[in-house]
Every structure is written in C-alpha cells, then in structure tokens.
Design a protein around this ligand. Sequence first.
Ligand SMILES: [Zn+2]
Length: 119
Amino acid sequence: MTDSLPLCPECSSEHAYEMGALLVCPMCGHEWSPSEAAETAGSDEPGDSVVKDAVGNVLSDGDTVTLVTSVKVKGSTGIKAGTKVRGIRLIDPVNGHDIDCKIDGFGAMLLKSSVVKKA
Ligand SMILES: [Zn+2]
C-alpha cells in the first residue's frame, strides 16, 4: 500500500509517508489524516469548483437561469418550473445548494445548480 499514498494537500509533494494514522509530508511538515482528506476531496480544491447547471453548462456569478423543475418553498405554493432567476451568485454549497439568488415574489433563497438551466 506504500505506492498508493496521496499527494500532500499543502504542497502537492509526492513524498508523504505514513506515521500511525496520519500522513506526514517531509517537504512542508504538513500532517493530515487520510480519511479526512478523502471526505473533503473534490469540494475544497481551489480552481476545481466549477458549478454546472442541469444540462452541463458552466454557471457563473450574475448569470440568468430558469428552473427546470418546480421547487418547493416552505410556507408557499413553491416556484414553478420555467421561472426566470436573474443575477445568481455561486456560493460554497449549503446542504447541496450552491446558488444564492433572489426570486421575484419570494425573496432571497438558495437553489441547487441541478434544478436550473442557463437562460
Ligand atoms: Zn507538503
């Protein structure tokens, strides 16, 4: 299992070695737990946080999108599919919701990128 050690998350050195339950990087001195790294892998990588809509278009701040499915909203009838949402803002995912936006008649809310399509 010595040839499958991950790269150092701090400096990307490939010389990390195991020390007990931890991995240690001799290049920068960083110590981390491999299971911890596996849990967060893919979500915290800088430059790897591309948000895509339901059909794979890359979304960015300020985009206008339309809902591809109706969204339930507490205390209301919900937002219908096809509703246009202007000026979205991409955020760090909160319970899977990675778009912060304002919808006419509903106010500020969070959406999942999987329920919208770039307009
Ligand atoms: Zn390192």
